[in-house]
Every structure is written in C-alpha cells, then in structure tokens.
Design a binder for this molecule. Sequence first.
Ligand code: ATP
Ligand code: MG
Length: 180
Amino acid sequence: MHLKTLTVRGFKSFASATTFQFEPGVTAVVGPNGSGKSNVVDALAWVMGEQGAKTLRGGKMEDVIFAGTSGRPPLGRAQVSLTIDNTDGALPIEYTEVTISRTLFRSGGSEYAINGATCRLLDIQELLSDSGLGRQMHVIVGQGQLDAVLHATGEDRRGFIEEAAGILKHRRRKEKTVRK
Ligand code: ATP
Ligand code: MG
C-alpha cells in the first residue's frame, strides 16, 4: 500500500486544484519559505480525518479554506482527495485503488466520501485504522519538533517513540490505575 496522489482545491494556500503524485519510497517536498510545504502535510492529515484545528495550525476548522489574497477572493469550500494504492489489500475494501475525500463548506457543513460514495467520518477512520494509516498510526513530526527529537535525552527520546507508537497513553493509564 502506498499513497498515489493527493489533490487539494481551496485548501489553505492552494486555491486552484493542485495534484501531487507520489511514488513508492521516500517523497520530499521542497520549496521556499511560505510556499505551502507544510500545507501539503496538513492536507494529508485533514483528509485522513484530523479533527483538531490546532494540529492543522489554525484557530478554527474554517481556517483550512482558502482565505483569499490581494488578487483572489476567498473560496467557499476546501476539498482534499487522497488516492491510495491498495493492490496488496492492506485496506479492508475490495478495490485496488481507494480514494478518500473530505469537503468543508464555509457555511459549516462537511462531507466525506470513499471512492465517490458519500460516507461518515467513522467509515474513513475504520477503513484506515487497520492499515497502519489510521488516526494514531501515521506519525507527523511537526516543524521544529525534529530539533527537539535530535537533542532529547535518552528518556525524552523514548517518550517520543512511545508517543509515536501509541504506547504512551497506555502507560499513562497504567500509572493512573497503579496510583489509585
Ligand atoms: P516554511 O518553509 O516557512 O515552513 P512552508 O512551505 O511550510 O514554509 P506553509 O506553512 O505550508 O509554508 O504555508 C504558509 C502559507 O500558507 C502562508 O503564506 C499562509 O498565508 C498560507 N495560508 C495558510 N492558510 C491559508 C488560507 N486559509 N488561505 C490562504 N492562504 C493560506
Ligand atoms: Mg513549513
């Protein structure tokens, strides 16, 4: 399984429809400051169901919709589609290619779809959760965090890894139980 294409339209700085193609292996997005590299990563997290506006570097969810520039008026909706190669059947669905998409309207409504069929957020979360792509399975290391990881003490570094592996919440739960 690998990500094939990401299409953004009206999402953050991407007013016009823009498609990114990914090949298997490592992908690097390069560009000048402020050109939208982190917005690409935000779009990935968003289409996979991210619900936290702060995680998406905004104050409220509406901030993901293209807000306009001096030469271009704001848009009424943001839409992101992600196509995943599923030839290995890692996603529990009978398609070799799966496209998930998410739309948010400035008026407030939002829509999710799998291969063009409208669905619930829960359906997307369930589809991804067994595949290593689910809500707590993909790991996004934010800008500035890399330095913190590289300069961390052994114990702190272990904390980062446990957080990424989803172990930390179980440890916290255990500590809470033991204290009681
Ligand atoms: P750096 O190299 O500094 O990390 P970057 O390439 O990661 O930069 P981003 O943070 O992805 O850049 O993009 C920032 C740009 O996106 C800013 O110019 C900001 O105005 C623009 N932007 C963010 N949200 C919106 C929005 N809703 N509408 C229009 N533009 C937006
Ligand atoms: Mg950035």
